[in-house]
Design a protein around this ligand. Structure first.
Ligand SMILES: C[S@@+](CC[C@H](N)C(=O)[O-])C[C@H]1O[C@@H](n2cnc3c(N)ncnc32)[C@H](O)[C@@H]1O
Length: 321
């Protein structure tokens, strides 16, 4: 991926944007972990753990043993450990392929898994973009359980979601399964509080994209000169999604100079930089909207597990045959 080109393209577009994935360097991954545990309004994490804990056995049963476990956007692999434990009760060894753009954090997580599981778990970390991960698992032999947990899937633009599901479908056999955790919450107040929590736990995670520009591209952006705003757009149309718009709004007239991107622009008071490359930071789904995505991608929606609070759906897809 050409990171510089993506940054320049986003920062010169109207409105200006920074991609979600850019916030995930090692420091961003650490902020993400804190966000999950310390933001009491972030219902997604707790609901996802709840629904996964209650159904992990049934999820693993979707793919006959022995299988390979692939994870897109693996982060700290904490939830995957639940899945690994169940798989290792039905087969003696497991190949686990975590894919993540946050390369240093991925390596540390892989080392820690290898240390904890020993020879039972063969970990093959794939550092890079999801596209690299899909290319990689195309070549993997054996039945695959592919998981995409923690909300990483829903941070992508709608067209990218369709394209990535389609590419995955092309790489799957009829025996493979894809499990995607999606936010099915539809109440604006709960959603907006989760992303812009009153205690401000999310701020470091979001602002890390601007701080990373300072660290790696020579800028001197003062984030105290911005305020964060989050809004939920609700849609029930099958071919669209609901989602959260998150922006850093300039509190005064400022000039942004990013030497290593050869970029200088004025950001007047009230103008903003969106902190996601697509329409939304985090999409929200109805069952019909997921069904429509699956149909476009050539996947069949096999099963859905949800938590009692109806916040998270674990959607299990198979390749259309
Ligand atoms: C919301 S976090 C979820 C982490 C973990 N799966 C969990 O359940 O807590 C998204 C993860 O995807 C990774 N990620 C984000 N964009 C990515 C991309 N375009 N390609 C590969 N990994 C990406 C991030 O580094 C991060 O670890």
């Amino acid at each position: 991926m050409d990171v510089k080109a993506a940054l320049v393209s986003g920062l010169t577009s109207d409105p200006r944007r920074l991609p979600v994935w850019f916030r995930y360097d090692k420091q961003g991954s650490i902020y993400n972990d804190r966000f999950l545990t310390d933001n009491t309004h972030y219902y997604f994490y707790r609901s996802e753990v709840e629904v996964l804990t209650a159904n992990v056995q049934a999820i693993v049963s979707e793919v006959a043993p022995p299988c390979v476990l692939v994870e897109m956007g693996s982060g700290n692999s904490e939830k995957s450990r639940m899945i690994i434990d169940v798989i290792l009760r039905q087969q003696t060894t497991l190949n686990y392929i975590p894919v993540d753009i946050s390369a240093e954090f991925l390596k540390e997580t892989a080392d820690s898994l290898s240390h904890d599981y020993g020879e039972k778990l063969r970990v093959t970390p794939v550092p890079g973009d999801y596209t690299v991960g899909i290319e990689h698992f195309r070549k993997v032999e054996g039945r695959k359980l592919i998981v995409w947990l923690g909300g990483g899937f829903q941070n992508q633009p709608y067209t990218v979601q369709v394209a990535r599901l389609h590419n995955m479908a092309q790489s799957m056999t009829g025996a493979d399964r894809l499990l995607v955790a999606l936010d099915v919450t539809q109440e604006a107040e709960a959603v907006e509080k989760a992303y812009l929590d009153p205690a401000g736990v999310g701020e470091n995670l979001y602002l890390n994209a601007l701080w990373r520009l300072n660290r790696e591209y020579g800028s001197d952006i003062i984030t105290d000169n911005f305020r964060l705003e989050a809004n939920f757009d609700h849609s029930t149309e099958d071919d669209t999604l609901s989602g959260v718009k998150l922006r850093a709004v300039s509190c005064n007239d400022q000039e942004i100079h990013i030497p290593d991107l050869n970029l200088t622009f004025d950001l007047p008071e009230g103008e903003c930089i969106y902190l996601h490359e697509g329409e939304y930071l985090s999409c929200k789904y109805t069952d019909a909207q997921v069904g429509s995505l699956a149909e476009k991608a050539g996947l069949t929606l096999n099963r859905i597990w949800t938590d009692p609070g109806l916040h998270v759906g674990l959607f299990c897809f198979a390749k259309d045959v």
